[in-house]
Each structure stands twice: as structure tokens, then as C-alpha cells.
Design a protein around this ligand. Structure first.
Ligand code: NDP
Length: 507
């Protein structure tokens, strides 16, 4: 479905045809509804052309080699550092987030870009592997070659950080990139591509196509060599379906319902601080945001007091230094309202805020407790500054409840004695022990989910390899006295091998 200004679903009869007919669409500041910019609505023909041009650019980019690409990616990184406030301004105007949150997002982008360009060669270059005893006469090597043109589709909540988790790693691995940003944040995508082109003016190695979901679908069908999608689970499924038409491989980073487990021996101050930051920073619009807390009952009352104390102080607003910005996508406000109201109707207690906290475009912090497991607030992504805190008899029960979700993106554990052990039992792609969201800021760590949070990994060595195809090569160094792989072999050859295999592999 298409969306009107500020993301309200457009149910008009023309909704499905309008995007391809319209030449442009607009982005708006969610704090004021003021117009931010106008962008082309790219149709399938334009997207196909962008991918075709990128294919030529990719060959040039590949031929630069690791050193040539590193030099250019490092220059781009330095540009991003110099112009961080300009980029933060674009992010703030399209998402409404506070300026320091936009700066923090860009700091993460810069650090990941640094890691990707620094480590691409050591992770991906040709390396020798043991040929094993059967092929002792071979030199065996593996190399990770670029896939070609990577299509990236991104969301609006971290409009620089989330797509750059794919873009930076795909570029460092030698691919060209065609990026389709969210219709709510096209200016951020455009800014990233324009600044890249200042550093790499020779060829369109990294380009942007803008538009609605139809433009994204066109990118899926365009013949890209891989499609990296970040967004909601529902759209992720549609993207997979579209990509299946051409058997285009996909990386799918979707939503989550991340849990935080507080053990009886946890540092409660730190756990409360982490819960509130994890749930409410970026107004809760974080895929790895904390949405559920399971706290051991012996410390639950104190923990709730500490959470309430902190959450109560947070004020949403449109000013650059507000604690929380607005809900960027207007239609999400109704989801948040529905989750809060339903939980309260099912008998939950609001420790902070309640139904009245939803005042579009802002939502004030809401802390709910005693929420039954069947409530949407426990099962579905709320994506607002709300948190559900439920009591459990033990950290083990907390892990069980955390795992009882169709999602499995990130998770958090606060425990002095059992942190690592509990972490290992969580069904999630990432876990932070005694801190929150920290894994996303460690560029060497892979990032991605399980279950309906998606599959594939960005960041780290796994994230570099995700945008490559491994190529295995054997090169014969000398002829073996016995060769079983020829019609000219004698029966003695296989008998001889049988003896060897019994001796070396049979015991
Ligand atoms: P959406 O799924 O609504 O959109 C994501 C992107 O897909 C947008 O660019 C959108 O374009 C595009 N799109 C929409 N329909 C199609 C289609 N049929 N084919 C191809 N592309 C399409 O997600 P949001 O932008 O609302 O982002 C929020 C979601 O993203 C949350 O669920 C959040 O958890 C998740 N997320 C996951 C992360 C992770 O790393 N796992 C990180 C950050 C967010 P348009 O906007 O123009 O409709």
C-alpha cells in the first residue's frame, strides 16, 4: 500500500497506480508537517537503468582492488566526519529525532565504515586451505569475490545507520550499490549518495532510487545480484516473494520484540537505566529496542520503581534537545495506542503514563506491568516509547518467556553470576550482557536475527562475506602416483585408497 504525507496509509482507489504516474513525491518534517523536500518517484524502467549503469561502474570499482577502494572509502568517511552536523540536520528534518541521537547514529555509521574498509582485504582475499589427504597434490585456495550489483532497501527509523550496515560492507567487498531509501527519508539516502559521488565522481558506484514500495519491488525485479532488505517482517516476506521470481538472493533484516531479563543478583540501577534507554531512545523506534522485561520477582518492585523514576522524567518534543522526538510514521501511533489500550483492558497496570500518553505526533513514556502473555504489547512490535515489565520466578523462566516469540533479533541480560550462561540460551542473533544495544556498536560483530526477525548478517567479517560469492580453486602441483579420478585407474588404486581410508579415517 502507498502512504500519504507522514506515512498515513492511502486507501484511495488511485493509491496503487498513483506512484508510477506521479513524477515526484514529498518528504515532511514529522515534528511540524513542513515540507522538507521533493524527490522523483522512480519507476521500473528507471530502476533497471540504474542497475544496468551500476553494473559497468562495478567492474571499475572491482578493478581498483582493496587498496584503491579503501582509499576512497576512507576519504568518504573523513567527509562524513567533517560534515556530520549537515547529515544530522537532514536526519532530524525527516525523522524528527533529537540532534544528538542523529549524531550518535552517524558516529556508528562512521565507525562501521572504518571497520569495513580496513578489514575487507584480510577477510576476503584469497587464502590457502589444507587440501586434505586425498588431494595432497593440490594447492587449495578460497577467495570471496564481489557479487556484482547489490540492491539495498532501507527503513526510516535509522535512515543512515541501518542501510549503511549493508551499503558500507557491500562497497568494501567490491560491489556497486543501488539504494532505495524509505519514502519517509529519501533525503538522507540522497545525501549519502551525493557525498559518495563527491569522493568517487568517476562512475556511479553507489546510486539512489527513490519512490514508494513499488520502486522497492522494481529493485527486487531488476536483476541485482543480491537484495539486502531492512524493514518490517511483513514487507520482508513480500520482498522475498518478489525476489523469488528471479531467484535473487536476499538478506532480510526485520523487526523484533527484544526482551531484557533481570536476574535477582543484577545491578538494578544499571538494569533500569538500560531498560529505559533501550525501550525509549529514538522514541522506541528501534528494531533492537527493548520491548519486554522479565524481572525476577524478588527484585521486581525495586526495579519497577527505578524504571518509573527514570521514564517519568523523559519528555518528548520537537526541539532539538528533547529527550524523545515524534513518532516518525504517523500510522504507527495507532499501533502504539492499540497495544497500550488492549493491555490495560486485559488487566495490565500502567506504572508510568497510559492511554493519554499517546498525543500525536508524540508519545510520552508508558511503563506497563502485569501484562498477560496474549496481549499484543507482549507479542507484536510496538515501536513506541513503551515497555512491558513482567515478573518471573527465576531468570530461567525469564529466558523461556523471552524465547516464546516469533521474533529473535536482539536480547539483553542483567546478571552478575550467570550472564554468559543465560545469554547462550536466548534464541536471538545478538545478546548484550549487563549493557544494552552495545553489540550494534561493535563493528566486528555480526548483526541479524532468527525466526521472523530475518536471516543473513550485516556487520563484521560475516557482513563482508554476505555480499560476496566464495570461489574455491584447486591447482595441481604435481601428479599423484595413484589417481582414482580417471577411467585409466587400475583396481589396485581404489584398493590402495580403501586401505588408507581404513587406517586414517576408520578409527
Ligand atoms: P517497511 O517494511 O514498511 O519498509 C521498509 C522498506 O521497504 C521501505 O523502503 C519501503 O518503502 C520498502 N518497501 C515497501 N513495500 C515494498 C515492496 N513491496 N517491495 C520492496 N520494498 C518495499 O519498514 P519501515 O520503513 O516502517 O521500518 C520499520 C521496520 O523496520 C520495523 O519493523 C523495524 O523493526 C525494522 N527494522 C529492522 C532492523 C534490523 O536490522 N533488523 C533495523 C531497523 C528497522 P516505502 O517506505 O517507500 O514504503
Amino acid at each position: 500500500m502507498t502512504q500519504t504525507a507522514r506515512g498515513n496509509p492511502d486507501t484511495s482507489a488511485e493509491a496503487d497506480i498513483r506512484p508510477v504516474e506521479r513524477a515526484t513525491f514529498e518528504s515532511y518534517d514529522p515534528r511540524t508537517e513542513e515540507l522538507v523536500g521533493s524527490h522523483p518517484t522512480h519507476d521500473a524502467a528507471h530502476v533497471d537503468e540504474a542497475v544496468r549503469t551500476a553494473r559497468g561502474a562495478q567492474r571499475w570499482w572491482d578493478e581498483l582492488g582493496f587498496a584503491g577502494r579503501k582509499q576512497r572509502l576512507d576519504a568518504w568517511r573523513k567527509l562524513l566526519v567533517r560534515r556530520i552536523d549537515e547529515a544530522a540536520g537532514v536526519i532530524c528534518s525527516e525523522t524528527g529525532k533529537p540532534v544528538d541521537d542523529a549524531r550518535l547514529e552517524l558516529i556508528l555509521v562512521i565507525d562501521h565504515l572504518h571497520w569495513a574498509s580496513k578489514h575487507a582485504e584480510s577477510v576476503l582475499r584469497r587464502r590457502k586451505v589444507s587440501p586434505g589427504f586425498l588431494m595432497a597434490n593440490q594447492a587449495a585456495t578460497v577467495e570471496y569475490l564481489p557479487q556484482g550489483v547489490v540492491g539495498v532497501i532501507g527503513p526510516w527509523n535509522y535512515p543512515a545507520f541501518t542501510p549503511m550496515g549493508s551499503i558500507a560492507y557491500a562497497l568494501a567487498a567490491g560491489n556497486a550499490v543501488v539504494f532505495k531509501p524509505s519514502e519517509l527519508t529519501p533525503g538522507v539516502g540522497r545525501w549519502l549518495a551525493d557525498t559518495f559521488a563527491e569522493i568517487v565522481p568517476e562512475h556511479p558506484v553507489f546510486t539512489v532510487v527513490t519512490g514508494y514500495g513499488e520502486t522497492g519491488a522494481a529493485l527486487c525485479r531488476s536483476g541485482v545480484d543480491k537484495l539486502a532488505f531492512t524493514g518490517s517482517t511483513e514487507t520482508g516476506k513480500r520482498v522475498m516473494e518478489t525476489c523469488s521470481e528471479t531467484l535473487t538472493p536476499v538478506l532480510v533484516e526485520c523487526g523484533g520484540k527484544d526482551a531484557l531479563v533481570v536476574d535477582a543478583d543484577a545491578d538494578l540501577d544499571a538494569a533500569a537505566d538500560a531498560a529505559v534507554w533501550g525501550a525509549m531512545s529514538n522514541a522506541g523506534q528501534t528494531c533492537i529496542g527493548v520491548e519486554r522485561v522479565y524481572v525476577v520477582e524478588t527484585v521486581a518492585e525495586r526495579f519497577l520503581e527505578l524504571v518509573a523514576e527514570r521514564a517519568d522524567k523523559l519528555r518528548p518534543g520537537g526541539e532539538p534537545r528533547a529527550d524523545l522526538g515524534p513518532i516518525t510514521m504517523a500510522s504507527q501511533v495507532e499501533v502504539i495506542r492499540r497495544h497500550v489500550d488492549e493491555a490495560l483492558n486485559l488487566g495490565a497496570r500502567a506504572v508510568v503514563g497510559g492511554s493519554d500518553s499517546v498525543r500525536p505526533p508524540f508519545v510520552e513514556p508508558v511503563v506497563l506491568t502485569d501484562v498477560p502473555p496474549e496481549a499484543e504489547a507482549v507479542r507484536e512490535e510496538t515501536f513506541g516509547p513503551t515497555i512491558v515489565v513482567d515478573r518471573v520466578t527465576s531468570a530461567d523462566e525469564g529466558i523461556e518467556r523471552a524465547n516464546a516469540s516469533r521474533y529473535g533479533l536482539g536480547a539483553t541480560v542483567f546478571s552478575r553470576a550467570r550472564g554468559a550462561e543465560l545469554a547462550r540460551r536466548l534464541r536471538s542473533g545478538m545478546v548484550a550482557v549487563n549493557s544494552v544495544i552495545s553489540f550494534a556498536a561493535v563493528p566486528a560483530l555480526p548483526f541479524g536475527g532468527v525466526g521472523e526477525s530475518g536471516f543473513g548478517r550485516i556487520h563484521g567479517a560475516d557482513g563482508l562475506r554476505e555480499f560476496t560469492r566464495s570461489q574455491a580453486v584447486t591447482r595441481m602441483k604435481y601428479r599423484m602416483p595413484i589417481n582414482p579420478m580417471t577411467f585409466g585407474r587400475s583396481s589396485r588404486t581404489v584398493r590402495h585408497l580403501m586401505r588408507l581410508v581404513r587406517m586414517l579415517r576408520g578409527r
